[in-house]
Design a binder for this molecule. Structure first.
Ligand SMILES: Cc1cc2nc3c(=O)[nH]c(=O)nc-3n(C[C@H](O)[C@H](O)[C@H](O)COP(=O)(O)O)c2cc1C
Length: 465
């Protein structure tokens, strides 16, 4: 089973930073980055994963506070290359705005600095404000953005291959440092990108960095089946995830890719404690810390999300709720009238908090509204129960592994590494020691042959034949 740790300093739950003892000062992110990386490595995670968001604004304070202002992903993994020894380091780059040659150099460099532990997640981005930050008018649209992303991945691989592994002959006697026949000019010209090599960095230790791709559209799926080593996929149910992975791989196979490509990983947000009741208590507290529209000055701020009012909840549950207080219990007679969407919210709250309508621990409007306002893929339980969930998805063939999101640091990451990881190891589902040294080896991916070497071998074989 692949396990990646998604690093979000302020936590993956928008209210996480408000929990008692949680990290909440972005000016101290470097210390948390170091601590989390070392803990993830001690737990033998395959990789640390850094998402990317190229724009910011006050609206993110409520929607996704971790994205407001933070250390960028490429800088983070460059730094961690020197602080860690074995764990893989994956940074996200936005293919719409990144400079291709710079990205090829940076990633090849970090792969050298980390002795083959770097990976690259590519996204096309979704925030229209990113365009202005990069001197553009706007986003071109899904089709051109994905065409450009495909060109970028192919060009990256060409640039990484511009130096053959044996290019440095280092002949002290003759004074020949390189074999010029093993350094390639590399022109890549497409509809969106144009680049001339060779790269100013030697070939990455891994040959090519593993390419991860996260997206949601049909074009995203196409990119994954053609070019990704690892696809980051969020499917709503186990059945849909099984079908998606099988379909993606069958299509990749039809394109001539090797069996088992691409690997598929899904994000999950475990809330873990020693007992289920303890974990439900933590989730309950997270819900109570989600700012809702309660007439307070905070909820009157211009950027406060519109989906956090009783009116928004009325439309989500399909019944007019009137004007109850947020902490009023939801009466049984009202809950009974909820439409399907409302019943789903009730079930989610009940499963994650242990509360029930009209029970000793009653469900309030606050619970419903906070759950509706902050949709997450939370799994709430003991280490054993969270491991059960991961095992179920893994064994059913829904995924090859998980990107673990931590609701808040550091306590919840410690809870995961000290209870879920040992349980997975006991079940023989997860490594107890690193066997390989590179990220490719952790993931079970072959090191690709240099394109120019492959071409020369093919030509020689043809000539001999
Ligand atoms: C699990 C997952 C993680 C993602 N992480 C990011 C991210 O960090 N940054 C980003 O710009 N897009 C990320 N995306 C993709 C965006 O949600 C968005 O779908 C994409 O950038 C636009 O491509 P689309 O047109 O295929 O949806 C992620 C998608 C998934 C499924």
């Amino acid at each position: 089973m692949i396990l990646g740790a998604v690093f979000r300093a302020l936590g993956a739950h928008p209210a996480g930073w408000r929990m008692p003892g949680a990290h909440r000062d972005p000016l101290q992110d470097a210390a948390v980055l170091r601590r989390t990386a070392r803990a993830a490595e001690a737990a033998k995670f395959d990789y640390l994963f850094f998402g990317e968001w190229l724009a910011t604004g006050p609206d993110l304070e409520f929607r996704d506070p971790d994205l407001l202002a933070r250390i960028d992903p490429v800088s983070s993994i460059a730094y961690l290359a020197g602080v860690t020894k074995r764990i893989g380091l994956i940074a996200t780059a936005n293919t719409t705005f990144v400079d291709l040659f710079t990205l090829a150099r940076q990633t090849a460099s970090i792969d050298r600095l980390s002795a083959g532990r770097a990976g690259l997640n590519i996204v096309t981005g979704a925030d229209p404000r990113a365009a202005g930050n990069h001197g553009r008018e706007g986003r071109a649209g899904t089709e051109p953005n994905y065409d450009q992303a495909g060109e970028l991945v192919r060009a990256l691989r060409l640039l990484w291959d511009s130096w053959e592994d044996e290019a440095f002959v280092r002949d002290q006697r003759t004074g020949r440092l390189i074999d010029p026949d093993r350094v390639h000019r590399t022109d890549a010209v497409g509809d969106y990108l144009r680049v001339t090599g060779p790269l100013t960095t030697p070939r990455p230790v891994q040959g090519h960095l593993p390419i991860v791709h996260a997206g949601t559209s049909t074009r995203s799926r196409q990119l994954s089946r053609e070019l990704a080593d690892l696809a980051l996929v969020a499917q709503p149910t186990l059945e849909e995830a099984v079908a998606f992975r099988a379909d993606l791989r069958a299509q990749a196979r039809a394109l001539g890719r090797e069996e088992g490509a691409p690997l598929v990983v899904t994000p999950v947000l475990p809330v873990v404690a020693e007992t289920k009741a303890g974990a439900q208590g933590i989730y309950d507290q997270l819900l109570r810390l989600v700012p809702l529209d309660d007439g307070s000055p905070l909820s009157r701020s211009p950027d406060f999300p519109a989906n956090r009012s009783i009116r928004a909840l009325s439309s989500a549950v399909g019944v007019p709720l009137g004007t109850p207080e947020l902490d009023d219990e939801v009466p049984l007679r009202v809950a009974r009238r909820f439409a399907e969407g409302g019943q789903r919210i009730l079930e989610t709250v009940a499963a994650r908090t242990g509360r029930s309508v009209g029970g000793e621990f009653a469900i309030t409007y606050r619970h419903l509204l906070a759950t509706h306002a902050v949709p997450t893929s939370a799994i709430v339980g003991s280490g054993h129960e969270v491991a059960d969930h991961l095992e179920e998805w893994f064994s059913a063939g829904a995924v090859d592994g998980f990107n673990i999101q931590t609701p808040f640091l550091q306590a919840q990451f410690t809870a995961f590494t000290s209870s879920v990881v040992p349980e997975l190891q006991r079940r023989g589902l997860f490594r107890t020691e690193y066997e390989g040294t590179t990220l490719r080896e952790h993931l079970g991916l072959e090191r690709p042959q240099n394109l120019h070497v492959a071409e020369a071998l093919t030509a020689r074989a043809r000539h001999a034949g």
